[in-house]
Design a protein around this ligand. Structure first.
Ligand SMILES: [Zn+2]
Length: 318
């Protein structure tokens, strides 16, 4: 392996609808901490970056259930999680949160750059809608029978029983997770990142270029996704909690939590650099920097396929 000039180490952003538990620490934060401390002892230029992931449907559902605002939910769990990490001695160089202004600005500008460069596909489709709540039902707002395994409580985006990811409209007997009503279909416009356009580059980068750097299970999973063929993926949602889509005629739409969350690594780096009076850019844009993600296995697709495709589309990142 080449000698790297500097290291950017990220640990998966914990989701703020509950506390962190010992499994998270053992699986992600402690190994990343050990690796970072090792590099520091070797006098390497290294930063260890993390923060709270505070958008997405589960937080809004939890807020509804508890009769509070989503902001109150994330404020509560961000404080609990941050304190747990401190007390456990996890030595982040920065721990931020995706509700921070610097993150909203960074994610918003990232989307706008891709939009202006024509990297998205704009598409109108029919999505489930709850008339009683006047709300579109994305992802976890919808529950129904999994078309693959028959599990009756499958979510709109993924079945927790068999692990298959699907579209909400694929569910059999769908119902609203808020009211229990049978939803109707309504047209809505969204922006999609055409992952299929990055398939050749991803294959070259992962399967050829970095063949020996990946763990066998990661390489195997990524190869099977590439072999199945990648499809365009929506990067926006009809939701009132998150980062507003920064283009015209996008009222009531926010960035998909899985689009904004990995950008949280970048905004957390910016926050660190500002405080330390450093330049953040070499940590993300210099070819002599090694970027290392510590994640759980549920997050492989986002870190090995989607985030790299986003960075490639933006154009100035390693
Ligand atoms: Zn299933």
């Amino acid at each position: 392996m080449n000698q790297s000039k500097r290291y950017t180490i990220t640990a998966a952003l914990p989701y703020t609808n509950g506390p962190v538990h010992i499994g998270h620490l053992a699986g992600v934060y402690v190994p990343a901490d050990i690796y970072t401390r090792y590099l520091r002892l070797k006098q390497k230029d290294v930063i260890y970056i993390c923060g709270s992931d505070e958008h997405g449907v589960p937080i809004t559902l939890r807020a509804k259930k508890e009769g509070v605002t989503p902001q109150q939910i994330v404020d509560k769990y961000h404080a609990i999680i941050k304190k747990s990490f401190q007390e456990f001695g996890i030595s982040f160089d920065n721990y931020s949160r995706t509700s921070a202004e610097i993150h909203h600005k960074t994610a918003s500008e990232f989307f706008k750059k891709l939009y202006d460069d024509g990297k998205f596909i704009e598409e109108t489709s029919e999505q489930f809608y709850d008339k009683e709540e006047n709300q579109f039902l994305a992802d976890r707002f919808i529950i129904g029978t999994c078309p693959k395994c028959g599990f009756e409580e499958s979510y709109g985006d993924q079945c927790e029983s068999c692990g298959t990811s699907h579209n909400a409209t694929d569910l059999i007997k769908p119902k609203s997770a808020i009211t229990g009503n049978t939803p109707s279909l309504k047209e809505t416009k969204h922006w999609y990142l055409p992952l299929d356009k990055y398939e050749t580059w991803l294959r070259e980068w992962i399967v050829v270029g970095h063949k020996n750097d990946w763990k066998p299970n990661v390489l195997g999973q990524v190869k099977s996704w590439l072999d199945d063929g990648l499809r365009p993926r929506a990067v926006t949602r009809d939701l009132d909690w998150g980062i507003p889509v920064p283009v015209k005629d996008a009222e009531g739409k926010v960035l998909y939590v899985w689009f904004d969350a990995p950008i949280g690594y970048i905004s957390s780096t910016k926050e660190w650099a500002k405080r330390e009076n450093k330049n953040w850019e070499p940590y993300w844009k210099d070819k002599d920097t090694k970027l290392i993600h510590f994640i759980g296995k549920d997050n492989i697709v986002f870190h090995a396929i989607i985030f790299p495709a986003m960075l490639k589309a933006e154009g100035s990142y390693i």
